[in-house]
Unconditional design. Structure first.
Lengths: 336, 283
């Protein structure tokens, strides 16, 4: 019973948060100087054209009135119409979302692999120079944000050793037979590994840039908890049974040491998604973040609102999921 | 365990010394920029566009690190860019720190409705993608130094507030706070005289880290062309330009990027180094 109460409480705070985001973004962008209507009309448009279009987009009403109209639309799934492209905001945003999701998930997978490898190698070779080197690498990776890693990757693997693509999502001349925008996923399902390779080669650099700081966090925390676990009696027992050190780490210590890291990954994943905004810009990757920056530059108010709300829904929804999973798995919280 | 501890102690000074040295040199260079910069950072010369640095064939004497596509001296622009970067780091970092730490102290120590209010605000802030939020704020405020500083403060105060709130809660539950209360101190006075000194080390560490973050935010905003005016030399603006001419003139990207990298790394290493110093467990 208490569990459901805490779930309800958590749901209602999530709702308050989302409403807060909606209010802030709506009022903040209405202070933006620059008339979006004047920007979309060709030179030569008359004063009455501007007035007519302003009325069409509802921009002639008072700001609180505009907010009520917009928010009641949002609740019914209508996010308005983009001023620059004249398409429904929801459709535009949902078209770009798969690109950003695939990029984020790929980055997450890379981060887990890199971080896990660093932690396991560091634990296996503890006390050696390799462990010290891993610690220093970790510290560096953690100190520098994804934006700078992206630039460094562009320079090294885009220019000095041009192995990977540093711009776009897919080679533009390729014919894509896809029905959804989950290119990477659909390429696998359609067994088009030629396309998959091209898309992955475009995605790898931005994904790696996003992954490096998270990999460092995972590496550091997992290594720390492995270190603590390695001192426990049951690990010593496994060792005296004659298992190899690698076996002890992988089969005895890892399953117990991994839990705190998993919780952290859940929280950090939202930060990674937030990082896609600038990384997509840097790599001209056609995702949500890149579209958001264009929307701000073009003063496309309905589109900005839609994208910010979607990001907020992803962030809060994911945090909610992490919290609830944690609560459901943790018996102390479940019965408290 | 003992070995690990002494290893950390020996490693510590090196990274503190190295990062502090770089930051001091950079600060001196930024202050002395008008004296030591070999050229005018804004002077264009289209006949001297994309000159390579001094060790590469085809360089021109006087342009140590080469020129960008408009013929502006890369070294001079980096030096002048350092002035802006450090100004942003110091002012934005300090103001963010003061506002964020105060919010955190109030929420963590006073609790009650103050805490509810501030914590809800933090929740809402955390639901915004920070880079998009900063770009949006600059679009609202218009480009310029004060806009950048305001944007950083508005977005990043939660970094301080979250951590300091938790620390203040821990400190607030301790006996010495209770004795101060029994002695008849007011809540606010206790907060500043008893809690603040105890969370100060954490504040200093966060401030150092925030300075590095501020520089990155400024670079990102210049990169999407929303920072200061387009003429003023900024590291981010140079990087944006270097990104477009990367195949013709790598030096336009490499030198400002390297400077930015070292500076951000130094702030962060300084912060981490201070954290280890302050941490009584490690000491």
């Amino acid at each position: 019973m208490q569990f459901f109460q805490s779930v309800l409480l958590r749901l209602s705070t999530t709702f308050v948060t989302l409403l807060g985001v909606a209010v802030i973004v709506f009022f903040v962008i209405r202070v933006v100087p620059g008339n979006p209507i004047a920007m979309m009309l060709p030179p030569g448009a008359t004063e009455s054209d501007v007035t007519r279009l302003t009325a069409l987009y509802g921009l002639d009403k008072s700001i609180p009135e505009q907010f009520l109209i917009w928010i009641s639309g949002v609740i019914q799934g209508d996010f308005g119409t983009s001023i620059t492209t004249k398409q429904p905001v929801l459709q535009l945003v949902l078209n770009r979302l798969p690109a950003t999701l695939e990029l984020s998930v790929m980055a997450l997978i890379i981060a887990i692999i890199l971080g896990g490898l660093m932690a396991l190698t560091g634990t296996r070779l503890r006390g050696t120079k390799t462990e010290a080197a891993i610690d220093v690498t970790n510290g560096m990776a953690l100190s520098v944000p994804d934006f700078l890693w992206g630039l460094i990757l562009i320079l090294t693997f885009g220019v000095l050793l041009p192995i990977f693509h540093i711009s776009g999502r897919v080679t533009p001349s390729l014919q894509l037979p896809f029905t959804t925008n989950f290119y990477l996923t659909e390429a696998v399902l359609r067994l088009r590994f030629d396309l998959w390779l091209d898309i992955a080669a475009h995605m790898f650099m931005p994904a790696l840039a996003l992954a490096i700081p998270l990999a460092a966090i995972i590496g550091q925390l997992l290594k720390q908890s492995l270190k603590e676990t390695m001192h426990l009696d049951y690990v010593t027992l496994a060792r005296t049974k004659g298992y190899s050190e690698t076996h002890v780490i992988l089969h005895e210590a890892l399953p117990n040491a991994i839990l705190p890291t998993l919780t952290l990954v859940g929280v950090q994943f939202t930060f990674l998604i937030g990082g896609t905004v600038i990384i997509e810009r840097l790599f001209s990757y056609e995702g949500l973040g890149n579209m958001a920056i264009d929307a701000v530059i073009n003063r496309d108010l309905p589109l900005i609102q839609g994208i910010v709300i979607l990001f907020a829904v992803i962030f809060t929804g994911f945090n909610l999921l992490v919290d609830l999973t944690y609560a459901a798995l943790n018996p102390r919280l479940r019965h408290a | 365990m003992l070995d690990g501890r002494s290893a950390i102690k020996r490693k510590l000074p090196a990274r503190l010394v190295l990062s502090a040295t770089w930051l001091i040199l950079l600060t001196l260079a930024a202050i002395a920029a008008p004296l030591i910069a070999p050229k005018d950072p804004l002077a264009q010369d289209l006949f001297l566009g994309q000159l390579p640095p001094f060790w590469v064939q085809g360089h021109e004497p006087g342009y140590l690190l080469g020129t960008d596509s408009l013929g502006r001296d890369v070294l001079s622009r980096i030096l002048y860019g350092a002035r802006l970067a450090l100004t942003v780091a110091l002012t934005a970092g300090t103001i963010t720190c003061i506002i964020g730490a105060t919010m955190g102290l109030l929420a963590g120590f006073l609790r009650g409705w103050v805490d509810v209010l501030i914590s809800r605000a933090i929740d809402i802030w955390m639901a915004f993608p920070p880079v998009l939020f900063s770009i949006l704020l600059i679009a609202v405020l218009g480009p310029g130094l004060s806009s950048i500083i305001i944007a950083i403060v508005v977005i990043d105060w939660t970094r301080f507030a979250r951590v300091i709130r938790a620390e203040a809660m821990t400190q607030g539950a301790m006996d010495y706070v209770a004795s101060a209360q029994v002695a008849g101190r007011s809540r606010i006075s206790t907060m500043f005289t008893e809690i603040l000194p105890n969370v100060l080390p954490t504040i200093v560490v966060l401030l150092t880290l925030e300075m590095g973050i501020s520089i990155i935010v400024e670079a990102i905003l210049s990169f999407v062309n929303l920072s200061i005016s387009t003429d003023d030399p900024t590291w981010g603006g140079m990087i944006a330009e270097g990104r477009t001419s990367i195949h013709q003139a790598w030096w336009v990207l490499v030198f400002p990027l390297a400077t930015l990298f070292l500076t951000v790394l130094s702030f962060s290493q300084l912060g981490e180094g201070l954290k280890d110093r302050f941490d009584p467990v490690l000491r």
